[in-house]
Design a protein around this ligand. Structure first.
Ligand code: OAD
Length: 257
C-alpha cells in the first residue's frame, strides 16, 4: 500500500518547519520520464549491459566505439524525454525555500543522475555527483570540450590535444569530483531534513549521505516504491513513485489536501 495521507501530511509539516533541506535523488526519479534505472528487475540498464564494459575507464579503452555509442544512445534518449511531475515538484520546493527562507544554503538538490532533467525542470541548486552525459571531456588530460558533439558518431571524437573525448560522467573505479562531493557532504551534515528519492542507496559514496544527515540529527525521509538498503534506518518511508508522492507533498504544503 502506498504512503498514507497521515504520513504525507507529517512529512509536509517537516518540510514546512525545516531550516535546511537536502534532496538526494537517483535514477528512480527519471523513470516516469522514460529513462531506465540501473537495478530495477527486468528493466534496469545493468540487466542488459555489463557495467565493467560500459562504465569503467578500462571498458572505454578496450572498446571506445561500443562505450561511445552506448552513451550516445542514452544522450539521445534524455533529449527526447521531458522532466516529470516529481522533478517539477522538487524544483518548486527550491523556489519556495528561496522565497521563504533567508539564505542560499537552505536548499540543495544532490543527484546521482546524469540526465540533467532536474535542471530542465527548473532546479538551480544542483550538485551532480556523477557528472552528466550531455557534456564531454578529454580522456587523457581532462580538457573540457566546448564544442557541441553531433549524434551518431561511430567513434569518439578527438580532443584538441589528440586524445579521445569521453562523456563527463563518473565511471566505476573513478573518484567523484572532489568539490562536488565535499559540498554534498557538508550540506548532508548540516541539514535538518533530507528527502532521499528514487535511489537503491547502494552506490558509495552517495549512499553515505543519508547517514551523515542522520548523524547530524536530521530526519531522513525515503520516497521509493520499493524498500532499499536505507529503509530500515530512515525516519519515515513514503512508499510510492516520485511523480506521485512529490506532488502530493507539495499539495499538502499548499494546504490543498
Ligand atoms: P538504481 O537503479 O540502483 O535504483 C533505482 C531506484 O529507484 C530503486 O530503488 C527503485 O525502487 C526506485 N524507483 C523505481 N521507480 C521509481 C519511481 N517511479 N519513483 C521513485 N523511485 C523509483 O539507481 P541509483 O540508485 O540511482 O552510477 O543508482 C546509483 C548509481 O548506480 C547510478 O548513478 C549509476 C549506477 O551504476 C554510475 O553509473 C556511476
Amino acid at each position: 500500500m502506498d504512503a498514507s495521507q497521515a504520513d504525507l501530511k507529517k512529512v509536509a509539516s517537516y518540510i514546512k518547519e525545516c531550516q535546511r533541506l537536502v534532496i538526494l535523488t537517483g535514477a528512480g526519479v527519471s523513470k516516469e520520464s522514460g529513462i531506465p534505472t540501473f537495478r530495477d528487475k527486468m528493466t534496469g540498464l545493468w540487466e542488459g549491459y555489463d557495467p565493467a564494459k560500459m562504465a569503467t575507464p578500462e571498458g572505454f579503452l578496450k572498446d571506445p566505439s561500443l562505450v561511445w555509442r552506448w552513451y550516445d544512445w542514452r544522450r539521445k534518449l534524455v533529449g527526447e524525454v521531458q522532466p516529470n511531475a516529481g522533478h517539477v515538484a522538487m524544483a518548486s520546493l527550491e523556489a519556495r525555500s528561496s522565497a521563504l527562507e533567508s539564505g542560499p544554503d537552505h536548499f540543495t538538490l544532490v543527484t546521482q543522475n546524469v540526465d540533467r532533467l532536474h535542471q530542465r525542470a527548473g532546479s538551480t541548486r544542483v550538485l551532480e555527483l556523477h557528472g552528466n552525459i550531455v557534456t564531454f571531456r578529454c580522456f587523457e588530460r581532462g580538457h573540457q570540450a566546448h564544442e557541441s558533439i553531433p549524434f551518431d558518431l561511430e567513434f569518439p571524437p578527438l580532443c584538441r590535444c589528440g586524445a579521445l573525448l569521453r562523456p563527463n560522467v563518473v565511471w566505476f573505479g573513478e573518484a567523484l569530483p572532489a568539490a562536488v562531493l565535499s559540498a554534498a557532504s557538508q550540506v548532508a551534515r548540516q541539514c535538518d531534513l533530507m528527502l532521499v528519492v528514487g535511489t537503491s542507496a547502494l552506490v558509495q559514496p552517495a549512499a553515505s549521505l543519508p547517514y551523515m544527515a542522520l548523524e547530524g540529527g536530521a530526519k531522513v525521509i525515503e520516497i521509493n516504491p520499493n524498500e532499499t538498503a536505507l529503509t530500515e534506518d530512515a525516519t519515515t518511508f513514503l512508499k510510492g513513485a516520485s511523480g506521485v508522492v512529490m506532488p502530493q507533498l507539495v499539495r499538502f504544503l499548499d494546504g490543498v489536501n
